[in-house]
Design a protein around this ligand. Structure first.
Ligand code: ARG
Length: 461
């Protein structure tokens, strides 16, 4: 096949180079954006009198036909037409002749690909935002059912202080809420229209860039032609946003993997979200959670890959930048694959309240509260810390919890201790007295849930 840029060449491209250079295999997924962009560009060329109106009309009609043919699977793309941009231009010219050859007036593939990838990613971001809303919803719904479900909170994976499962769920709500707003900001920076940057130095034709931007639904146009074709910040930024989404999903997945172990028993994955072993009949493995944790690695990989592709590229466009697509597509695909399963896995799992409660009772999660009890009776905190430290040591030696100790035992550590200590260090008191803003007390959690519901209502479309 003759190349669209073949005039300057006297030899055909080596077959291997055609394969090597070609990106159609992966950039064909941007065909809709490419065609929408070309329709806007041609419409503008006609309006500005840069090409005859009849040609602009023929181009638009031809492109619409090509769009429905691709939609219907009736088009076969050609490796030696290199990429989606030239494949479509060639299809158009084959169909409508000379008018098709006018489409690329005042445009370069460099600004064309920058346009396509921006449009494509904006569409994907919108879909992922929807999935994040569902994810936030999932955690809020779960939290609503568990404002009384006391569980141990951990630091260093050592039991620390009692919280509720609702509080734990709302921590994830906060993470995904940040992810949501980060993505919205990333979408804003993606939402600028680069056509008119040309190959690198703009164009001599009187293009109406604002018109094209408006027709394509962009908020504005890029402000420097060199930057317009060589900026991939938005791709990297998205890869970063998606890495954080996966990090959050992965941290909860890790917790579910731990919690569904026999040692914890805090949750049980639904049969439909677990798998068995080909040899060990008793096994029920949390594969879904493990795969989400594992797939986080490939999303991080794309982020580092993209940063590395861009780090040494001089201005403006370089072919290196073709390497952005497979990586960001893979990140987007992976997140879109993971989030819905992640939500379903969470919605269907069984929460074992009594195992959580038992977990909270052990491990002296109320030791801080015991110290605080003495502080309220007048002891300085540092002294109270020491007294309760000794008490815990005694309890470990006698295999008892603080609340198992008799009044006599308790008073042997401090004469300040009275009957009311039992109530003061009960799990319910420990949780519900933590009523600062952002604390685990039931009343505070209920407020947090209300606020979250109001937020979700405000962003749901
Ligand atoms: N397939 C190319 C890419 O993805 C399109 C731009 C090619 N431009 C060029 N001057 N070779 O980056």
């Amino acid at each position: 096949m003759a190349k669209l840029w073949g005039g300057r060449f006297r030899k055909p491209t080596d077959k291997r180079v055609d394969d090597f250079n070609s990106s159609i295999r992966f950039d064909k997924r941007m065909y809709k954006q490419d065609i929408r962009g070309s329709i806007a560009h041609a419409t503008m060329l006609g309006r500005q009198g840069i090409i005859p109106q009849a040609d602009a009309d023929a181009i638009v009609a031809g492109l619409k036909e090509i769009m429905s043919d691709i939609d219907a699977g009736r088009v076969e793309f050609l490796i030696d037409a290199e990429d989606i941009h030239m494949n479509i231009e060639k299809l158009l010219t084959d169909r409508i002749g000379d008018a098709g050859k006018r489409l690329h007036t005042g445009r370069s593939r460099n600004d064309q690909v920058a346009l396509d990838i921006r449009m494509y990613l904006m569409d994907e971001i919108a879909e992922i935002e929807e999935m994040l809303i569902e994810t936030m919803d999932t955690f809020v719904e779960l939290a609503k059912q568990h404002t009384d479900t006391i569980m141990p909170g951990y630091t260093h994976l050592q039991k620390a202080q009692p919280i509720t499962f609702a509080h734990h769920c709302m921590a994830y709500y906060e993470m995904f809420r940040r992810d949501f707003s980060r993505l919205a900001e990333c979408r804003q920076r993606t939402n600028v229209m680069p056509l008119g940057s040309g190959a690198l130095a703009g164009t001599t034709y009187p293009l109406d860039r604002e018109f094209v931007a408006k027709m394509l639904g962009f908020d504005g146009v890029t402000m420097n032609s060199l930057d317009g074709v060589s900026d991939r910040d938005f791709v990297i930024e998205l890869a970063g946003c998606l890495s954080l989404v996966m990090m959050h999903a992965s941290r909860f997945s890790e917790e579910l993997i731990l919690w569904s172990s026999n040692e914890f028993g805090f949750v049980e994955m639904d049969d439909a979200y677990s798998t068995g072993s080909s040899i060990m009949p008793q096994k029920k493995n949390p594969d879904v959670a493990e795969l989400i944790r594992g797939k986080t690695g490939r999303v991080y990989g794309s982020l580092i890959g993209l940063l590395t592709v861009m780090k040494g590229t001089p201005l403006a466009y370089n072919k290196d930048m073709q390497e952005d697509k497979e990586q960001i597509f893979d990140s987007v695909d992976t997140v879109k694959l993971c989030l819905p399963v992640f939500c379903d896995m969470i919605r269907t799992m069984k929460v074992n309240k009594s195992a959580m409660r038992k977990g909270a009772n052990g491990g002296f999660t109320n030791a801080t509260d015991a110290a605080d009890y003495l502080v309220k009776k007048g002891l300085p905190f540092r002294d109270a810390h020491a007294v309760i430290g000794n008490m815990v040591f005694y309890c470990i030696e006698h295999d008892k919890a603080i609340t198992d100790l008799t009044m006599d035992e308790l008073r042997s550590f401090s004469a300040l201790i009275e009957e009311d200590i039992y109530e003061a260090v009960s799990m319910e008191t420990c949780v519900n007295d933590r009523a600062v803003i952002g604390g685990p007390a039931k009343a505070m959690t209920e407020k947090a849930i209300k606020k979250a519901e109001a937020y979700l209502n405000s962003i749901e479309k």
